[in-house]
Write a protein that binds this ligand. Structure first.
Ligand SMILES: O=P(O)(O)O[C@H]1O[C@H](CO)[C@@H](O)[C@H]1O
Ligand SMILES: [Mn+2]
Ligand SMILES: [Mn+2]
Length: 398
């Protein structure tokens, strides 16, 4: 038998230990879940993830506070990434069997004059900052200046991103989006290929009270080929995107999309979609872990967000139908106890559960690529995918 509905939930940036190639990224020793567990000193309560087998993924070094389950209710494993980068786009595209082989452009010294001059000419505004910065710090340090001058705050990170922060009262959101769409056209290759242009609107009276709004919008590079989502859609299946999935794939291969205001809003969408009689794949991204806690190096907030998710996971488990399959994973790490403010190259957790799974409690091992997730989904639906990954459907069959 096969599964009628597959739910894939990506806990954005929830890595589970350094990747085999972490050293190449300067990320050896990174361990998002492990370090949050340590920080909480046994008080990280994740009962639902625990019973699916979260700590069974690393029985010799379980996540503190998360007991190994005996037996686990789900199948469990971890996945290593083959893409050149460690950002959301690489991670999600690879899951859908389109790994990013060529590194995208990064700008540790800021964007070249040629790009900045065109942005200034198009927008009629001056560009300030133009270097790697934390997004919350950049509005703290330059937001008041922007309120006076109307300049564009352009910044980047270790990822292939061009981000533009703008106070909503000074530069209207629509104007910011227009400027971002123009910036997108400047970096689609071949000279510079940037993964994402990100609009970062914020509000507030002064630097101690600025907050970023849910009007964040990512303008991604169009997928450079077909992904498994395209194949599923072409085969007539439903492909539902929740959260920034739609942005990450520029809408390609998606039949129905929901924008999330927060993780909890995302889980509301999951609850809603679970009541629908669809046939296909529901792909969910929960970004708060990454944007609000990982990049902010806030282990307390990160742990709290994990516990909040775990509660909502309880409802999902209760509502699952016999022929539903749930897959939980992540797109990269973002260890809140690690140096810097960038993502960390980590292996990601892989949990699979269905009420009708024949042989729960098995290890799925360490998968050589995130693409094994897509390959499994494709085999389940009997649709030919990109054939980059190796399906583990046989191990989780119903
Ligand atoms: O510091 P903020 O603006 O949150 O940006 C972070 O978020 C970007 C996209 O996820 C990352 O590349 C990192 O720069
Ligand atoms: Mn991400
Ligand atoms: Mn991020």
């Amino acid at each position: 038998m096969t599964y009628q509905r597959v739910f894939g939930i990506v806990l954005d940036s929830v890595g589970i230990g350094e990747a085999p190639d972490a050293l190449k990224f300067g990320d050896d020793g990174a361990d998002t879940l492990g370090h949050i567990g340590k920080w909480y000193q046994g008080k990280l309560a994740l009962p639902n993830l625990a019973k699916l087998g979260l700590s069974n993924i690393r029985p010799a070094d379980p996540i503190q506070g998360v007991p190994t389950a005996d037996p686990a209710m789900g199948c469990f494993g971890k996945m290593a990434e083959i893409s050149a980068g460690k950002d959301s786009m690489d991670g999600h595209w690879e899951m859908m069997e389109l790994p990013v082989k060529k590194p995208l452009s990064t700008f540790p010294n800021g964007f070249p004059d040629s790009i900045i001059q065109k942005l200034e000419a198009f927008s009629g505004r001056k560009v300030i900052v133009n270097k790697p910065y934390s997004g919350t710090e950049v509005i703290h340090d330059y937001g008041e200046q922007q309120m006076k001058t109307g300049d564009l705050i352009v910044y980047t990170s270790g990822d292939s991103v061009l981000q533009i922060a703008a106070h909503e009262d000074v530069i209207p959101v629509e104007e910011l989006y227009r400027t971002c769409r123009y910036a997108r056209t400047l970096v689609n290759g071949p000279e510079y290929t940037v993964g994402r242009i990100i609009a970062r609107p914020y509000v507030g009276p002064d630097k101690d009270h600025f907050v970023r709004t849910a009007n964040r919008h990512d303008f991604s590079l169009e997928p450079t080929g077909e992904t498994d989502l395209d194949h599923l859609k072409a085969a007539g299946l439903d492909v539902i995107g929740i959260g920034k999935i739609n942005d990450i794939f520029s809408g390609h291969g998606i039949t129905e999309g929901y924008h999330n205001e927060s993780n909890m809003d995302g889980m509301d969408h999951v609850d809603h979609v679970m009541k629908e009689d669809f046939h296909g794949f529901c792909f969910v991204n929960l970004v708060d872990f990454d944007a609000m806690y990982g990049h902010r190096r806030n282990p307390e907030g990160f742990g709290k967000a994990l516990m909040d998710f775990d509660q909502r996971l309880g409802t999902v488990l209760e509502n699952m139908r016999e022929d539903d399959l749930l897959l939980i994973t992540a797109d990269h790490g973002n260890d809140p106890c690690f140096r810097g403010t960038d993502h960390t190259r980590e292996v990601t957790p892989l949990l699979a559960y269905s009420p009708s799974m024949k042989h729960p409690g098995q290890s799925l091992g360490t998968r050589g690529t995130f693409a094994d997730l897509g390959a499994t989904i494709m085999e389940n639906f009997g649709v030919a995918g990109n054939q980059v990954g190796t399906s583990f459907l046989a191990a989780i069959e119903n």
